[in-house]
Design a protein around this ligand. Structure first.
Ligand code: ADP
Ligand code: MG
Length: 147
């Protein structure tokens, strides 16, 4: 298939869907970066690795789906980096390696269900990224050497 898949670009302001309020901020890419996804890319929740500028490579979970903002004609890639940052990093350069698929997009009956599912996604991503094949990708030459 098309995984692993590497994307890079600036972090821009998203659509203010309040991911932060759910305890799960997601860094958004501009449209030209998203358009590099293959046309057959399956929407859903993915896990992988993320690097901001020349920083460390962290685990991430990414929601990749059709974007209501563009009448669902375009995809959006929203990356939650599994790390606690002191401040926002709009304008930083974000590199991600999309390593594996977790689940399809779904609708939730309640906010609690959504929050519970996000927690599970993070736990599943974290676990899957511990395997040897995933660890190799963490050290891939796509990521720049840390300062
Ligand atoms: P927006 O709609 O602008 O994307 P979000 O509520 O999704 O707003 O918050 C995303 C922003 O939060 C990111 O662009 C980044 O600057 C900041 N941020 C802080 N911590 C993280 C994190 N762990 N993962 C992703 N983004 C984070
Ligand atoms: Mg966001």
């Amino acid at each position: 298939t098309y995984l692993p898949l590497f994307l890079e670009g600036d972090v821009i302001k998203g659509f203010g869907r309040g991911s932060k309020d759910l305890g799960c901020p997601t860094a958004n890419y501009p449209l030209d970066v998203v358009q590099k996804l293959p046309s057959e890319f399956k929407p859903g929740v993915y896990y992988g690795w993320a690097q901001l500028d020349c920083g460390p490579v962290y685990k991430m979970v990414a929601n990749i789906g059709f974007c209501p903002y563009y009448q669902n004609k375009e995809m959006s890639v929203e990356t939650h980096i599994i790390h606690k940052f002191e401040k926002d990093f709009y304008g930083s350069f974000l590199r991600i390696a999309i390593v594996g698929y977790l689940r399809s997009e779904m609708n939730f009956n309640s906010l609690d269900d959504l929050i519970e599912t996000i927690k599970q996604d993070i736990a599943n991503a974290s676990k899957n990224l511990e395997n040897i094949e995933s660890q190799k990708l963490k050290n891939h030459s796509f990521f720049v050497k840390q300062n």
